[in-house]
Design a protein around this ligand. Structure first.
Ligand code: ATP
Ligand code: PRP
Ligand code: NIO
Length: 465
């Protein structure tokens, strides 16, 4: 599907029409952030930025988009404006692949208010989904430790979402994918095994294995659970592996796809080792996720490669990341959205986010949000609890938001998915394990500079008086 500027919600365009009449030259700042970590975890992995920059560089309405909008009561002068529409704004963002936390800007858009409003939907659509899936992938990587992870999810993904799910999975730490189009476009490793239908298409499992091994001897992985894993699949795979040895070839692996994966993997390892096939790897699949993989590791299942589909690409059980895009400044003036739920009150003005690092370069566990116009803060305060604050002078502070697009043009050459994945790995390594554990992870502190808090509280006063 080609993404043009009609990839938006109608209300963005109806608001834009009113801005066009009332404040065509307004300059807005919007913040992208989410309010709670996915999967009740301790962090998220930010993904989707490069796709957004590429889309926004060419975000225009096609002639058929304009024809379509004629049926929605848009006046001719506004439709003429849309014909020439281009995103010419500035974007500051965290690096793609970084670990990010709730209630602090991850990305800021500064643009003409019409442009900033129209890009909201596509931006949320891509960043929310990929951030969710990259986070899930990083959790699966955490549980799998140094084992190989293969994405098998395309068939179970929400339609074309599987394309971006694969990209996010690689950023979060997967090694390879079965998804040919995504692997081709994102230049990542593509691999796979075989389906039950292939074995079923033969009268005899052994013949099925033999043909496959003869025709595709390289990286050949035989699926051994169609009839009986231990009595038929493995003995047949061992026969074929020995025949391959005679031809100077090596069977790469066997795949277990049902039953008790720990029990079967242990039995399979013994059978393979007894046949002098120590090099044959064991692949496991079947509704895996970070918790099942953790359990398999605890059971010391000798599995070398995990194939993960549904739970990865659908971001189960969360389904969605609730990232939002909120107006924080208009024409240099602060803007706020109040809420009964104090945590939902927005932060005014253009901002910078600083990460605290300890002497060893590890993340201390605190990000401070300050006004963009301020120097690095020396203290951060809790957003709502007056009794809590943290002195920041002892930390090395890293500013996280950097300008990545100016006047609609990206400022850096596009990073490859492999580079982003590498960066993500290095950032996750800087995050202490207590933030990565699955149960009751340590809470990462996000605080405000005293000046930002003062400005926010002044605005709250103004609007509640
Ligand atoms: N040793 C194990 N420890 C923990 N979980 C496991 C173990 N072995 C398998 N599982 C998981 O248990 C679940 C079993 O699901 P299910 O009952 O659908 O599988 P199955 O009946 O073996 O397979 P199928 O229905 O495909 O024939 C899967 O999520 C699987 O990954
Ligand atoms: O369980 P997931 O994590 O979603 O992983 C993908 C699943 O998709 C395939 O099954 P499917 O029944 O679709 O096809 P098959 O006949 O090749 O097993 C594969 O065998 C895995 O079991
Ligand atoms: O290559 C595989 O084994 C594979 C690919 C997609 C889905 N299930 C399995």
């Amino acid at each position: 599907m080609e993404i043009t500027a009609s990839y938006t919600d109608l209300y963005q365009l109806t608001m834009a029409q009113v801005y066009f009449k009332t404040k065509p030259n307004g300059t807005a700042v919007f913040d992208y952030y989410f309010r709670s970590n996915p999967f009740e975890g301790g962090y998220a992995v930010f993904a989707g930025l490069e796709n957004i920059l590429e889309i926004l560089e060419n975000f225009t309405f096609s002639p058929s988009d304009i024809d379509y909008l004629k049926h929605h009561n848009f006046e001719p002068s506004f439709l003429d404006y849309l014909k020439g529409f281009q995103f010419r704004g500035t974007i500051s963002s965290c690096k793609e692949g970084d670990v990010v936390f709730p209630n602090r800007p991850i990305l800021q858009v500064e643009a003409n208010i019409i442009e900033a409003q129209i890009v909201e939907t596509v931006l949320l659509n891509l960043l929310n989904f990929q951030t969710l899936i990259a986070t899930k992938a990083s959790r699966i990587r955490y549980s799998a430790m140094d084992k190989v992870l293969l994405d098998m999810g395309l068939r179970r993904a929400h339609a074309t979402g599987g394309y971006y799910a694969t990209r996010a999975a690689i950023i979060g730490g997967f090694n390879s994918t079965s998804n040919v189009k995504a692997a081709k476009d994102f230049k990542v490793s593509c691999s796979g095994t075989m389906a039950h239908s292939y074995i079923q298409s033969y009268e005899d499992e052994l013949e099925a294995f033999r043909d496959f091994a003869k025709i595709r001897p390289k990286q050949c992985v035989l699926l051994v659970d169609t009839y009986n894993t231990l009595k038929s699949g493995l003995p047949n795979a061992i026969i074929v592996a020995k025949e391959m040895e005679v031809r100077g070839e090596r069977l790469m692996g066997v795949r277990l796809d049902s039953g008790d994966l720990a029990y079967l993997a242990k039995k399979a390892r013994v059978m393979l080792d007894d046949a002098d096939l120590k090099y044959v790897k064991i692949v496991a699949s079947n509704q895996l996720d970070e918790f099942v993989i953790n359990s398999l590791k605890e059971q010391k299942a000798p599995i070398d490669i995990f194939g993960v589909g549904t739970n990865l690409v659908t971001g189960k059980p969360d389904a969605s990341l609730g990232g939002v895009y909120k107006l924080s400044e208009l024409n240099g003036e602060p803007r706020i959205k109040l809420s009964e739920n104090i945590i939902k009150t927005t932060l005014p003005f253009k901002k910078q986010v600083y990460r605290m690092l300890d002497e060893s370069g590890m993340f201390y566990g605190a990000d401070a949000i300050a006004l963009a116009s301020e120097e690095k803060p020396t203290k951060m305060v809790h957003p709502f609890d007056q009794t809590k604050s943290l002195a920041l002078d002892r930390f090395q502070q890293e500013p996280l938001l950097e300008k990545v697009m100016e006047r609609g043009q990206r400022l850096f050459v596009e990073k490859s998915v492999a580079e982003i994945a590498q960066y993500s790995k290095s950032r996750l390594a800087q995050l202490p394990t207590e933030f990565k554990r699955f149960q009751n992870p340590h809470i990462y502190k996000v605080g405000l500079s005293p000046k930002l808090k003062e400005e926010r509280d002044k605005l709250i006063d103004t609007h509640t008086r």
